[in-house]
Design a protein around this ligand. Structure first.
Ligand code: PLP
Length: 431
């Protein structure tokens, strides 16, 4: 294997500093937690992604989730091209919005109606506004290590980029904006109970059914049962943030698989097939509070964009056709096995958490069940592991606290490359 060179990426990274903040448009892309300069990408096709130095990688980032079929899947590309011929944005309704809405609502028992927006962040903050309006209450409970986009009220003890950069929150968020945000510990029902005991103004509990932004963490059954019960007893809505988990472990939501009684669901990523789309939805009684039917205002110039709708419809259609979920479980199991084998052989502390097509390792001895246990992971080991994976032609998220994603285009050969790359990278960590 020849050593990969990154000359062109490095040059662009330097040039990018002039007019882009840190040469990126989303912090985790700057590779701060793994050091070195970030990759600039020139193209992608199927499960492969190519950087500007012509290095080819198997892509386990997949745009942080949306590219579940792999890049430029032919049936999706065909529909995008067709949609482009009809116009890019209308500022009026078009047929595709109805079609995608119907497909999504049919896949979730908890949603009669949805509203499309342009990102997961928008979906979440709109859902919170709606929950507050519906319940007439102001407070929300979130879980530490949960990431729900970058709206002010949710930038408290957040995972994803904040965890990666070790930031407790964000400057510029006024006290007032977070005074109604209560933080509980994932998988610890007592921490939710305590908030409910002490506060009587809680509108909603927002939860990633399968957290992926502190790395992947699995909910335990009693915790989810407890949440359902507390929400019912205290007339608190459950907002299932399925921006990441939606359509990743089944055709529909992870909420069904874990038995979470969602009142409002937030989506993004997969439902836009790589284009900027988000959505929030719920039963009629709740959604009919949104303008123009009700008094909760929420709008968007580009919402329901026809190209994004076409990409979303084609992606969901193909997912239904392929039903790749068993395949995802098998691939993830192989990845887990490679880690466990390597960790034993090289005597490394490794935990692997996975659910459907979300999987990632933690370099720690103890099981990872919440944010504090995730944070025990040895990020120095991760750094070495990350760069060795890059050398092996495997693009994984440049952060210990991000899920890896699988796509349905992965071939048997590519899966073998991933597992043998993991073995080599673990060996390097142990050296
Ligand atoms: N919610 C979850 C669970 C996410 O993983 C993300 C993004 O990673 C968001 C919300 C925010 O979505 P976006 O980045 O599209 O604003």
């Amino acid at each position: 294997m020849s050593i990969k060179k990154f000359k062109n990426s490095q040059e662009l990274y330097e040039r990018g500093q002039a007019h882009l903040v840190g040469a990126v448009n989303s912090p985790v892309r700057a590779f701060k937690s793994v050091g070195g300069s970030p990759l600039f990408i020139s193209s992608a096709k199927g499960s492969k992604i190519i950087d500007v130095d012509d290095n080819v990688y198997i892509d386990l980032v997949l745009s942080y989730g949306p590219m579940i079929l792999g890049h430029r899947f032919p049936a999706v590309e065909k529909k995008i091209k067709k949609a482009l011929r009809h116009g890019y944005s209308f500022g009026a309704s078009s047929k595709g919005e109805l079609k995608l809405a119907k497909m999504i609502c049919s896949a979730f028992g908890s949603m009669d109606k949805i509203r499309f927006v342009n990102s997961g962040t928008e979906a979440v903050f709109s859902a919170i506004r709606l929950a507050r309006a519906f319940t007439g209450k102001d407070q929300i409970i979130k879980f530490s290590g949960g990431y729900h986009g970058h709206a002010d009220a949710l930038l408290v003890a957040a995972g994803s980029g904040l965890a990666t950069l070790s930031l407790p929150g964000s400057k510029g968020v006024p006290e007032d904006a977070v005074k109604n945000t209560l933080v509980a510990e994932f998988n610890q029902i007592e921490s939710v109970k305590n908030h409910i005991k002490e506060n009587h103004n809680i509108a909603a509990i927002i939860i990633e059914p399968i957290p992926g932004n502190m790395g992947v963490v699995l909910p335990n059954e009693d915790f989810i049962k407890g949440l359902n019960q507390l929400a019912k007893e205290h007339k608190i809505l459950i907002i299932a943030d399925e921006v990441m988990s939606g359509f990743r472990s089944k055709f529909g939501g992870a909420q069904d698989l874990i038995g979470l009684n969602a009142d409002i669901t937030c989506l993004g990523k997969v439902i836009g097939g790589g284009f900027p789309v988000g959505a929030y939805g719920a039963r009629n009684e709740i959604m009919e509070m949104v303008a123009p039917l009700g008094p909760v205002y929420q709008a968007g110039t580009l919402s329901g964009n026809p190209i994004a709708m076409a990409a979303g419809i084609a992606t969901l259609k193909e997912l239904k056709k392929q039903n790749p979920y068993k395949k995802f479980n098998k691939i993830a199991a192989k990845i887990e096995k490679a880690f466990l084998k390597g960790s034993k052989e090289f005597d490394l502390p490794v935990q692997v958490n996975r659910f459907g097509s979300m999987v990632n390792p933690f370099f720690t001895k103890e099981p990872v069940t919440d944010f504090p246990s995730a944070q025990k992971s040895d990020t120095e080991m991760f750094k070495i592991f990350f760069w060795e994976m890059i050398q092996e032609g495997l693009f994984i998220p440049p952060s210990q606290f991000e899920s890896w994603f699988l796509c349905s285009s992965m071939t048997k050969d590519e899966i073998k490359k991933v597992t043998s790359g993991i073995h080599t990278a673990l060996k390097k960590v142990a050296e």
